[in-house]
Design a protein around this ligand. Structure first.
Ligand code: ZN
Length: 301
């Protein structure tokens, strides 16, 4: 018997709300523009109240959110969005505002940790213990599972802000991260591409030099991740990765950068099933929230 669960993917531009089941199927969903915290969470709660009247009571809620987030369960600010530059959202008690009204077990994590969890449950990472999920879009974020558990530590991974070698003679663009300038996100996010080349990434032709540079920066970031976290698979999602010619270029650059040093069957077999697109496609995010609801309902894995 499947269980009904509530899922909330809280993004900087939209909140996706859904009811789904513990086998990964979505029943109903809605998209709410992200405005003020009070207005946005109120609309999300109204969706859940109305849809539960039709579909039945959800057993748990999962929240996959933009961050940074406080994910320390012993912190008084657990489940708060902390230092975001997004106006009005710093120090928002996202978990508390939803949990008080829903009155069910709630789990919260970063959108990318949640997407990795969903890919592990239902997508490209089934059967693996250690996987990294990165999104390359309006920002760059990375999360994952290590030894079967979402990666948390001091806070949570911030893989988008890895510092990568930047040859300013080859690429004079200074980067656009408000905190670091030329970190990975500052050099390789969608807005970085658009600012550097004065064109939206999806409008750049496949043979534009932008793509070789983009593949190179992403490969530098992934090589650092492979050498530090040793994931069994890397999943690359987000709007920029919809340009399908990019993934083979990234794979080739990672092979070249590793230069035969990391000896593992998954890598020696070739990179076609090592660095991959999300098995869940555009639903990795909302199904990430659903996967968190599964964890909340079943207890942590
Ligand atoms: Zn940065």
């Amino acid at each position: 018997m499947t269980k009904l669960l509530a899922a909330l993917e809280a993004g900087g531009t939209k909140f996706l709300c859904a009811l789904g089941t513990d086998d990964g199927e979505l029943r109903v969903q809605a998209r709410i523009p992200t405005t003020s915290p009070a207005e946005t969470t109120e609309k999300a709660l109204r969706f859940f109240q109305e849809q539960q009247a039709t579909f039945g009571e959800a057993a748990a809620l999962g929240i996959a959110a933009f961050g940074p987030l406080d994910l320390n369960p012993r912190s008084p600010f657990y489940g708060h969005i902390t230092s975001t530059p997004k106006p009005g959202w710093a120090d928002t008690d996202l978990l508390g505002s939803m949990a008080r009204a829903m009155n069910v077990p709630v789990a919260i994590d970063t959108d990318v940790n949640a997407a990795a969890l969903a890919e592990w449950r239902w997508g490209s990472a089934k059967g693996l213990d250690s996987v990294v999920y990165m999104t390359i879009g309006t920002g760059i974020g990375g999360g994952g599972l290590l030894n079967g558990r979402p990666v948390h530590g001091l806070v949570h991974p911030e893989m988008g802000h890895i510092l990568v070698p930047h040859d300013r003679a080859m690429d004079p663009f200074p980067g656009c991260c408000p905190f670091h300038g030329n970190c990975l996100e500052g050099l390789a996010s969608g807005p970085a591409m658009e600012t550097r080349w004065h064109e939206r990434p999806e409008l750049l032709s496949q043979d534009h030099p932008a793509w070789r540079l983009e593949a190179h920066y992403l490969a530098l970031g992934l090589t650092t991740i492979i050498c530090t976290l040793s994931p069994q698979r890397i999943i690359l999602g987000g709007g920029v990765m919809k340009q399908n010619h990019l993934l083979p270029m990234i794979r080739a650059d990672v092979v070249s950068l590793l230069n035969g040093y990391v000896q593992a069957e998954a890598i020696l077999r070739g990179f076609d099933d090592y660095i991959v697109h999300p098995g869940l496609g555009d639903q990795a995010g909302i199904k990430g929230a659903l996967a968190l609801a599964c964890s909340a309902e079943q207890g942590p894995r």
